[in-house]
Design a protein around this ligand. Structure first.
Ligand code: SAH
Ligand code: SF4
Ligand code: F3S
Length: 435
């Protein structure tokens, strides 16, 4: 692919962002050259998401936009490519290559041939895991990187399309994960986030998720380790014990609750009750006092009554979430929930979402304000301009955003600060001497 210039764009979750890096390194390893704007590209690779109807409409809008204004050929990857398959050729005529979530290894060849002959390729099969083991990933060395530890999902939450598009759960071998973490550390990475639809379901022989995290901490010097996402059904106390005993394992857990009502949770096939969820938070906080919790919440699931929705608001008022992503239910063809009527009207979903967002933001403000005056160690990961002033930005172990003066350090460095002010959910930090 010597003379091929490619450009990538990624929609959807962190797993897609990671896959996009894998695709970039795959193409680069065959000699293609990554460029930073679609105008310079011969081939534009768009990695897409199908989780809600809105995500698909955005991706298709972007693809149409890219095909109208540029000469480049389009390759569509990821979840929407898997779901729509060859239909995409009709929806967006300049698409030449379609590659599903398990078929990236064939991309270089398909792109090369599509460019030279104008042929179209739809790769929707499954290459096998070996295709994704330890690729030297492209891109500038960066402070914080993702490492996928599982692929697929077999939780089958009734609303969710992901298991149908990403296949059953597969865990990578622990040694290859440790190897990748070590390689990133040697390349300058200071923080690794382990990725999976449900990392807690990880298993390689005797190695479960806490054991894997312990191995990475023992066998690499990576200063910070995070993980995303955790299913409340599967989290056990030993994870919190590990967090409490290992300061390098950050005290933040993304623990999607989805609903605060037991009937809705059962209909979602989530495998826990509201009381069990709240008890898990209490258990976590008793072992890790400064634990930060973030979440995902859906409003307007089929049959959700106003009173059941009130239970969700009540849970948000008790859970002390640092923040939460909030969504209106979107029926996805083929899922269990799509077999029952989507009977909460669009207006009612919007009304519930607005109420939910207000509760989430209020609680967020309350939790963050309670941190004012506290000391935290932040990992600097970049710079921002605000008006005339240049700031460095970083995060606490709890994943809270902090800005510090530009002379406080450099990206990749750690700084101890007092959280002195709060503006729009971002702290300003005053550097202090380490004790
Ligand atoms: N595996 C992760 C992420 C799944 S997708 C997890 O289980 O947490 C991210 C979020 O999108 C989900 O947590 C859920 O809140 C939301 N989501 C998934 N399917 C949805 C649907 N059909 N309609 C609305 N929101 C949905
Ligand atoms: Fe979807 Fe549930 Fe799997 Fe998350 S755990 S990806 S919500 S099926
Ligand atoms: Fe979207 Fe696929 Fe991720 S549907 S949320 S890109 S797993």
């Amino acid at each position: 692919m010597k003379d091929v210039a490619f450009y990538t764009e990624s929609f959807g979750c962190q797993m897609n962002a990671y896959d996009t890096e894998v695709i970039s390194s795959l193409l680069a390893s065959r000699g293609a050259r990554e460029v930073s704007s679609p105008e310079e590209a011969d081939c534009i690779v768009v990695n897409t998401c199908s989780v809600r109807d809105h995500a698909e409409r955005r991706a298709i809008g972007r693809l149409l936009d890219l095909s109208r204004h540029r000469r480049a050929m389009l390759a569509v990857c990821g979840c929407m490519a898997q779901r729509l398959g060859e239909e995409l050729f009709d929806i967006v005529p300049s698409v030449r290559v379609i590659a599903g979530t398990g078929a990236y290894a064939g991309l270089p060849m398909a792109i090369e041939r599509a460019l030279s002959t104008g042929e179209r390729f739809a790769l929707l099969g499954y290459d096998g895991e070996a295709a994704y083991e330890i690729l030297p990933r492209a891109g500038p060395e960066s402070v914080s990187r993702y490492v996928a530890i599982t692929r697929g999902c077999e939780s089958y939450c009734s609303y969710c399309i992901v298991p149908y598009l990403r296949g059953p759960l597969r865990s990578r071998s622990a040694s290859s994960i440790v190897e990748e973490a070590g390689a990133l550390e040697r390349a300058g990475t200071r923080e690794i986030t382990l990725l999976g639809q449900n990392v807690i379901a990880y298993r390689d022989g005797e190695t479960d998720f806490p054991a894997l995290a312990r191995r990475i901490l023992d066998e690499t010097g990576i200063p910070r380790l995070r993980f995303l996402t955790s299913h409340p059904r599967d989290v056990t106390a030993d994870l919190f014990d590990l967090m409490a005993s290992q300061p390098r394992l950050c005290g933040h857990i993304h623990l999607p609750v989805q609903s605060g009502n037991d009937r809705v949770l059962a209909a979602m096939n989530r495998g826990y009750t509201r009381d069990r969820y709240l008890a898990l938070l209490a258990e976590g906080r008793s072992r890790v006092p400064d634990l930060a919790v973030t979440s995902d919440v859906i409003v307007g699931f089929p049959g959700e009554t106003p009173r059941e929705f009130d239970d969700t608001i009540d849970l948000v008022r008790r859970a002390m979430f640092d923040s939460a992503f909030t969504f209106m239910y979107s029926a996805r063809a083929g899922t269990a929930a799509a077999a029952v009527p989507d009977d909460v009207s669009a207006d009612e979903k919007k009304r519930r979402l607005a109420i939910l967002n207000e509760a989430v933001q209020e609680e967020r403000g309350r939790i963050l304000r309670s941190q004012l005056g506290a000391t935290a160690e932040i990992l600097l990961d970049g710079a921002v301009e605000k008006g005339e002033t240049r700031w460095l930005k970083g995060r606490t172990p709890q994943f809270r955003n902090v800005l510090v003066r530009a002379d406080a350090g450099a990206p990749g460095g750690f700084v101890r600060v007092v959280l002195s002010r709060l503006l729009n959910f971002t702290f300003e930090g005053e550097p202090v001497e380490a004790p």
